[in-house]
Design a protein around this ligand. Structure first.
Ligand SMILES: [Zn+2]
Length: 236
């Protein structure tokens, strides 16, 4: 019996999210797009009309107004960021918005409580290599689409320039998931291995997350498409 859910979410609201949405549509998959009104990395962002259009086929979630680390700003601002982003999404889509994503995955008890008080029932972090969520307001992900095993960018959370950082930071956990070394040689091989692992062990979900801007930057569209094809072919 295979009940594992395939979840996928995309952060920030880049214009390139439309390309992700097209891919998902072609594979008859639904995704969640967490959108922040403030442009990130000076990239081109979705317009309100495009967000509205996207909301007819996919879920739109809130992601704060200006993308701060919510744990590092005054509580009043945290509250404003969270409440206003809910309203902002609802005004665009015309639908209730009950899901939130913490910018940079930064969350503590106070931030979580604020998210709950604002009326969100679900919130996503960036903790990875997980297949289940103990708390709906602290939902982890399974895998981010990003260069692996070798770093190709300076990740804000890993201060050390360590070329094998993406692998090193996850090695112990990957071994715990019985990942063979052969599956650690590329992002695609790891993604397929972890998906199969979740299916085999009848785990609740596999959650793929990413930034369309990075898929473009690191030329990972082919890998993303091949993985979605794999997921579709290996659904129960
Ligand atoms: Zn973000």
């Amino acid at each position: 019996m295979e009940w594992m859910q395939f979840l996928t979410s995309w952060d920030d609201g880049y214009l390139l999210d439309l390309r992700v949405a097209d891919l998902l549509d072609r594979h008859e998959m639904q995704g969640t797009f967490y959108i922040c009104p403030a442009a990130q990395h000076a990239a081109e962002m979705l317009t309100k009309d495009q967000i509205k259009g996207l909301s007819s086929r996919h879920t739109i979630g809130a992601h704060s107004m200006t993308h701060p680390k919510l744990t590092q700003i005054p509580p009043k601002e945290t509250s404003r960021e969270i409440h206003e982003s809910k309203q902002w999404v609802e005004e665009i889509t015309g639908k209730p918005c009950t899901i939130f994503c913490y910018p940079y995955g930064a969350v503590n008890d106070a931030v979580q409580q604020c998210v709950q008080e604002a009326g969100f029932t679900d919130a996503r972090t960036t903790n990875d290599l997980e297949f289940s969520a103990a708390d709906p307001l602290l939902q982890p992900i399974t895998l981010q689409i990003a260069p692996f095993p070798v770093r190709m960018r300076f990740h804000p959370l890993w201060k050390v320039l360590d070329p094998l950082g993406p692998l090193r930071a996850r090695y112990a956990r990957l071994r715990k998931l019985k990942t063979p070394h052969s599956a650690m040689t590329s992002w695609l091989s790891l993604a397929k291995y972890l998906y199969a692992y979740g299916l085999k062990n009848d785990l609740p979900f596999f959650h793929l997350y990413g930034h369309s801007r990075e898929v473009e930057k690191y030329r990972m569209w082919g890998e993303l498409e091949e993985f979605l094809r794999y997921v579709r072919a290996n659904k129960s």
